[in-house]
Write a protein that binds this ligand. Structure first.
Ligand code: ADP
Ligand code: ADP
Length: 227
């Protein structure tokens, strides 16, 4: 539940390549923002900077009006869903979702409630006792989403979460994410993809990145019907 504001944000990697030049964007609480653009334009870099996994070279990142450039990832109230699910292979679905709450010393009863609620939302209840290897790719990605949900983050980040799935699962999982958006209307969601259909179906606003800058910002209608 948070506003995210980028002001004059820049990224220069150690090899002196300027990947992002001057990014200015005001993301409102509850918005679903989709970053699109060609491969290599800096979408993942931008997401990793918001999550704190990558340093911001210049400019400021604010979450709810607080500059968080130097706030460690775990304290930013952000959860990230990656392209590769990064589930713990030796843990059940339940334990994969419960783990970060166990680390945070959440009570057993609260953990159980959170995990079961997320599992219900993502239709994972029948699979709670399974290991990741006994799940389809789409189910695994739903577990990764569930693991993010139980942390009750203020901001969700998605880095091409559907790109490892085959076409049918991609459609189904896209619908799950659309449902997630509907059931958590106060959560801010920032999503990276190179898939135009994903952008059109999920976004409140699409941000088109190109050559290190924001080229266009607008609703799906504005960008794709009346470009
Ligand atoms: P996208 O997600 O849009 O495909 P990325 O953010 O992954 O783009 O990468 C943007 C550019 O930054 C690419 O040219 C890539 O090669 C470069 N890049 C990414 N990570 C690093 C790094 N750790 N060091 C140097 N260059 C990098
Ligand atoms: P913590 O330090 O709170 O135990 P984790 O061990 O869960 O955090 O993850 C380490 C870091 O990686 C965190 O700071 C978090 O930002 C990020 N991270 C890794 N996986 C996720 C995920 N599924 N959702 C949110 N953040 C994650």
């Amino acid at each position: 539940m948070a506003d995210v504001k980028l002001t004059n944000v820049k990224k220069i990697y150690s090899n002196n390549v300027e990947v992002l030049r001057d990014i200015n964007l005001d993301i409102k609480q509850g918005e679903f923002i989709v970053f699109v653009g060609p491969s290599g334009c800096g979408k993942s870099t931008l997401l990793r900077m918001i999550s704190g996994l990558e340093e911001i070279s210049a400019g400021t990142l604010e979450i709810d009006g607080v500059v968080v450039n130097d706030v460690p990832p775990a304290l930013r109230g952000i959860a990230m869903v990656f392209q590769s699910y990064a589930l713990y292979p030796h843990m059940t679905v339940y334990d994969n979702m419960a783990f970060s709450l166990q680390i945070a010393k959440t009570s057993k009863a609260d953990i159980d409630q959170q995990v079961r609620k997320a599992a219900d939302m993502l239709q994972l209840t029948p699979y709670l006792d399974r290991l990741p290897k006994a799940l389809s790719g789409g189910q695994r990605q739903r577990v990764a989403i569930g693991r993010a949900i139980v942390r009750r983050p203020k901001v969700f980040l998605f880095d091409e979460p559907l790109s490892n799935l085959d076409a049918a699962l991609r459609v189904a999982t896209r619908m799950e994410i659309a449902n997630l958006k509907d059931s958590m209307p106060d959560s801010t969601m920032i999503y990276v993809t190179h898939d135009q259909v994903e952008a059109m179906t999920l976004a409140d606003r699409i941000v088109l990145l190109s050559g290190g800058d924001i080229e266009q910002v607008g609703s799906p209608l504005e960008l794709y019907e009346h470009p």
